[in-house]
Structure formats: structure tokens, C-alpha cells
Design a protein around this ligand. Structure first.
Ligand code: PAF
Length: 278
């Protein structure tokens, strides 16, 4: 695996490869990332990844400084998956001067995650566009775990006519249902034991909708209440339309339920696509 640190090195290395599938990451790779790399491999002969903890998507109060950085272990995982090219730029490479040109995402970016992490998607969309410009992949793989991110990146690619296809990757879960996330490492043993409750709440809502309930707001409110009772600080539990993440209404068929909640100091997000009633 060739590790490149500058855009010039990246461009030279990329030119030597043909059709390329790209997996952007912030490192601290786990089985979820590995599954994205494998998905990338099924779309193109060559696979590239990036590791870059993007300051632009962290609020000053968030965990940019403490975000787990595990570069050597990450490289070993990527090498084991046969990734040919890793772009791992320093901040000064991607942001040699303060980034003044910022992607303005559509209003949906201010709901759900955006309501609790203002300007998060401005930071994500901006770095993803820069990474696409640098790597110039034919395919880019994004996990459904970050469902709203996936939707916003997809729409950006479509509306800005970027010459690549966005490939969604399924969420990988622990045996007890907890979605894999780099931030799971922050959980204490007691919090880790409690953490699968978030997924369980999503399943309960999915089951209720499949059973015929369409009072989506009430379902969300009830889940929020149960999470609070169990000691969580939930931000949202919301049933949305898959295509645009607008609030779900009567007659919408393709639904997803999304949630974010804090357990202790750790904020977890998760979602579940609601299968149509059998
Ligand atoms: O999902 C992530 O890890 C990040 O948001 C991404 C897409 C690598 C952009 O920094």
C-alpha cells in the first residue's frame, strides 16, 4: 500500500491506477470500515482510502483533539484488505489557509444531526468535495450508519455533477445490535452494556410501523421517553422518508428511523431502514 501525504503525490499515484473506488475515513478503523473497503473492491479493480480527522466538521466543544488516532493499526487493516493507495494528509495539506470556500448544504442539513451539530454537514460536504477533487475516484463508498451524511453526499454529487457514483454500505453491528463506531471505544463497561438499547428502540419502532402504526411523532416521543428513563440524554428519534429525510407522513412507503442519544459523555447515532409490511 502506497501512503501519500501530499496532493501532488496523490495525483501521481492515482494516475497510475485505473478505475478506482474510494473509502474516505477519519481512521480508527473497525469492522464497519473493513466492510466498506470490501464493498469498494467489488466495484472497482483498485481501492484507495483516506485517513483525515477533519477539524471543519467538529464544533469547538466536540472531540476533535481526543478523537482516537490509530494510524499504524489502521494501515495494517487497510494493507490486509489489499488497499493500494492511502491518502493521509496533514491538516496543512488540505487546509493550507483557513478554508473560506465552504459547501452550503440544503436545509435538511440543519435537521436531525444538523440541529445538534450546527455546521457539521458544511464541514463534511466541504472536505468530501475536496477529497473527491484530490482522489478523483469513479466510486466512493459511504456507510449507512451515517445515513444523513450519505444522503447529503449523494445529493451533492448529483447536483454538482461530480463524475462518480456513491455506493452505500450496510451498517455492521456487534452481536448485541450496537452499530460499530469509532466512538464506541469511549464507552465504559456499564455504558457498553446499556448501549444496544438504542438499536432496540429503533427495532421497536420499525416493528410498530410494520404492524400498521403511522403515528410517527408519537412513536419517536415514546422512544425518547424510554431512553430518558433508562438514563440516556436523547437528541432525536425520528421517522423520516428515506429519499430526502423529510418528516414521514401518511402514504410514505420508504421509511427510515434515525436516532442520536448520549449515554454518559458519549453520543451515539444509529438508524434502521423500515422494511415495508410483509
Ligand atoms: O464519516 C466519516 O468518517 C467522515 O465524516 C468523512 C466522510 C470521512 C468526512 O470527514
Amino acid at each position: 500500500m502506497q501512503i501519500v501525504r501530499t496532493i501532488a503525490e496523490l495525483r501521481a499515484a492515482r494516475r497510475a491506477l485505473g478505475e478506482l473506488a474510494f473509502v474516505p475515513t477519519m481512521g480508527n478503523l473497525h469492522a464497519g470500515h473493513v466492510s466498506l473497503v470490501r464493498l469498494a473492491r467489488s466495484h472497482a479493480k483498485h481501492v484507495a482510502a483516506s485517513i483525515f480527522v477533519n477539524r471543519l466538521q467538529f464544533a469547538p466543544s466536540e472531540d476533535f483533539d481526543s478523537y482516537p488516532r490509530t494510524f499504524e493499526a489502521d494501515c495494517a487493516k487497510l494493507r490486509a484488505e489489499g488497499v493500494e493507495l492511502l491518502f493521509a494528509p496533514d491538516e496543512r495539506v488540505l487546509y493550507p489557509q483557513p478554508q473560506a470556500y465552504i459547501v452550503e448544504p440544503p436545509p435538511i442539513a440543519s435537521e436531525l444531526e444538523g440541529a445538534f451539530r450546527p455546521r457539521f454537514f458544511h464541514g463534511v460536504a466541504t472536505v468530501v468535495l475536496k477529497l473527491f477533487n484530490c482522489v478523483q475516484p469513479e466510486f466512493a463508498v459511504f456507510g449507512k450508519k451515517d445515513y444523513q451524511q450519505l444522503m447529503i453526499v449523494r445529493n451533492m454529487v448529483a447536483q454538482l455533477d461530480l463524475p462518480l457514483a456513491v455506493v452505500p454500505g450496510d451498517t455492521v453491528r456487534e452481536a448485541d445490535g450496537l452499530a460499530m463506531s469509532s466512538r464506541n471505544t469511549y464507552l465504559s463497561a456499564a455504558e457498553r452494556a446499556e448501549a444496544p438499547r438504542l438499536h432496540a428502540e429503533l427495532r421497536a419502532i420499525s416493528d410498530a410501523v410494520r404492524g400498521g402504526r403511522a403515528d410517527y411523532e408519537a412513536l419517536g416521543e415514546q422512544a425518547l421517553g424510554r431512553l430518558r428513563e433508562a438514563g440516556w440524554k436523547p437528541d432525536y428519534v425520528s421517522v423520516r422518508r428515506r429519499a430526502d429525510l423529510a418528516a414521514a407522513g401518511a402514504g410514505d412507503a420508504e421509511l427510515v428511523v434515525l436516532a442520536a442519544a448520549k449515554i454518559g459523555a458519549t453520543r451515539l447515532i444509529d438508524n434502521l431502514e423500515i422494511a415495508p409490511p410483509a
